[in-house]
Design a protein around this ligand. Structure first.
Ligand code: MG
Length: 172
């Protein structure tokens, strides 16, 4: 039987991961409309990764004999002023997710739920990577400025990104 407080908090986290998935899918559609298919590809992979994050938490609740309860996903923005604005939004959003994961980690410690704490360690490290990837792309866009050739090259670079299932998903 799962600690009900932890179960509720993980169900909230599943919703937050699904919101992230929906946000990045929306960004992918924005970039498609802008003719930047490489950027759209990058965000479609983000979309897949976020769905995997939600799945890892769902698998975990089920493994512990708990109950997954899916809630409504909040509406997401559909327009951004520029590629830079979309990545700044992504970084701000990932910082919020990092705070949620940290709060969950603190709760697991307080509730002496060590299995949950152990599962969360993967997410703590994943958030470091998410924020770093985003900062790197913001730095590249800053270098590019309004240089069309630079944007063309970054679009080509981002088109080459492939989806790899997160290790925590295959470990289930
Ligand atoms: Mg996530």
């Amino acid at each position: 039987m799962m600690n009900p407080k932890i179960q509720d908090a993980i169900n909230e986290q599943i919703n937050a991961e699904m919101y992230s998935a929906y946000l990045y899918l929306s960004m992918a559609q924005y970039f498609e409309a802008e003719g930047l298919a490489g950027f759209a590809n990058w965000f479609k992979i983000q979309f897949q990764e976020e769905q995997a994050h939600a799945t890892i938490f769902m698998n975990y609740i089920n493994q512990r004999g708990g109950r997954v309860l899916l809630k409504a996903i909040e509406a997401v923005p559909t327009e951004w002023e520029s590629p830079m604005a979309a990545f700044v939004n992504t970084l701000e959003h990932e910082k919020k997710v990092t705070a949620l994961i940290n709060n969950l980690y603190t709760m697991a410690l307080e509730e002496q739920d060590y299995a949950t704490r152990d599962r969360l360690t993967w997410f703590v490290n994943e958030q470091v990577e998410e924020e770093d990837n985003c900062r790197t792309l913001i730095d590249k866009l800053r270098m590019i400025g309004d240089n069309g050739m630079g944007l063309y090259m970054l679009n080509t670079e981002l088109a080459a990104r492939n989806y790899t299932a997160p290790s925590a998903l295959s470990a289930e």
